[in-house]
Design a protein around this ligand. Structure first.
Ligand SMILES: *Cc1c(COP(=O)(O)O)cnc(C)c1O
Length: 379
């Protein structure tokens, strides 16, 4: 039976050579590849600085912590995301304030953000920060979020872990807000195995993040001197070399992914049972996953049966994303229930990801499309 995986990294001899070179050099961490990788990433995001770390989650955690967001602080964010974008707020003892999302592009609803800010001011529980997410490689409405943040003096974080290489209004993903975060797990557009990075123009945030990723050490301090609470969030030179090799090929990756998305649009365009991802006005998507949504007349059980049907045919598929507020830990801790964020829930019930990676062939896309059509017809 054909096996078509949900995602796949794109590793060639170029990456193998780059990693091998570091292994031969014997400098496996805190060597020359780290600053080289950071400089290249800063450029991709149009930022002055970058701090590379061992995961996207670590980048987000350091962002929250370096901004001094902590106990008692309230941070507006989206419930339609990967769990880490909300967890990073909890890690510092702050409170995520979820608001609902746009029903078509799935990103945080800026009007709902504005309401939450005003509501907080009225009730004497002001919002301290906004953490927006570029869901599935599509930049959120950052110009609007930036103007809200300016007007209300809020900190602003861009979780761009799914959007490296995207643009909006001529600005690259990672360039919005005070600080952007990238991630390099193997299912992302580019990978370091595990890894992440924060990008910013703020020297103070960089200084704190560099220290906190390295056990609280400061410049000029010895290996066993620690100026503040820190973590081991370092990214090895082996991983940085892998990342540099992937960055060489990133423009090609993004072009291939756009081409695969276009193939899906061709082969699925005539199905009125599913909604395809919308084009992005005023910018360029960076395709992370290919997520489609069943029409409103379908329910969660139809979606789950489709996913199972695809898997039974050797085709990778998954529900993307389950609502964060309905994850057992969040529902229990905060008392969320079905109905708390109805648009997010309605999207979560009907969306699913199809196989998507750089080297997916037109034949693979045809196989996925015909399996989907069969399953939809046989319900
Ligand atoms: C992948 C991802 C992260 C970070 O993931 P790590 O696995 O920790 O690298 C954070 N936020 C979003 C939205 C993501 O998709």
């Amino acid at each position: 039976m054909t096996q078509i995986p949900l995602s796949s990294p794109d590793i060639t001899q170029h990456e193998i050579d780059a990693v091998t070179q570091v292994l031969r050099s014997q400098t496996l961490s805190l060597g020359p590849k780290l600053p080289e990788f950071e400089q290249r990433l800063a450029k991709v995001a149009g930022r002055r600085y970058c701090v590379a770390v061992n995961s996207g989650t670590s980048a987000l955690h350091l962002a929250v912590r370096a901004m001094g967001i902590g106990t008692g602080d309230r941070v507006v964010t989206t419930p339609f995301s990967f769990i880490a974008s909300a967890n990073c707020i909890l890690m510092e003892g702050a409170t995520p304030v979820f608001v609902d999302v746009d029903p078509e592009d799935y990103n945080i609803d800026v009007d709902a953000v504005a309401c939450a800010i005003e509501d907080g001011e009225k009730r004497g529980e002001p919002i301290r920060a906004v953490l927006g997410v570029d869901v599935f490689g599509r930049p959120a409405d950052w110009p609007a979020l930036e103007s809200l943040a300016r007007r209300h003096s809020l900190r602003l974080i861009e979780d761009s872990c799914e959007a490296i290489g995207a643009t909006l209004g001529g600005r690259p993903a990672g360039n919005f807000g005070e600080l952007g975060a990238f991630a390099f797990y193997p299912n992302k557009q580019m990978t370091t195995g595990e890894g992440g990075a924060l990008v910013t123009d703020d020297e103070e945030l960089v200084h704190l993040a560099q220290s906190m990723r390295n056990q609280g050490r400061d410049d000029g301090m010895g290996w066993l001197a620690h100026g503040r609470l820190g973590f081991n969030y370092r990214l090895s030179d082996i991983q940085c070399a892998l990342g540099l090799a992937q960055l060489d090929r990133l423009p090609g990756f993004l072009a291939k992914r756009s081409a695969v998305a276009a193939m899906y649009a061709t082969h699925l365009g005539d199905l009125d049972e599913i909604h395809l991802p919308l084009p992005l006005e005023g910018g360029e998507l960076s395709w992370f996953v290919y997520v489609v949504r069943l029409a409103d007349r379908f329910g969660q059980s139809d979606r789950d049966r489709l996913i199972q049907g695809l898997r039974d045919r050797g085709i990778g598929s998954n529900a993307y994303f389950p609502s964060i507020h309905l994850q057992p830990f969040y529902a229990k801790s905060f008392g969320f229930d079905r109905g708390s964020f109805p648009i997010c829930e309605s999207i979560s019930d009907r969306t699913f990801a199809l196989p998507f990676h750089n080297n997916l062939s037109e034949e693979d896309v045809r196989t996925v499309a015909s399996a989907l059509k069969q399953l939809l017809r046989s319900r």
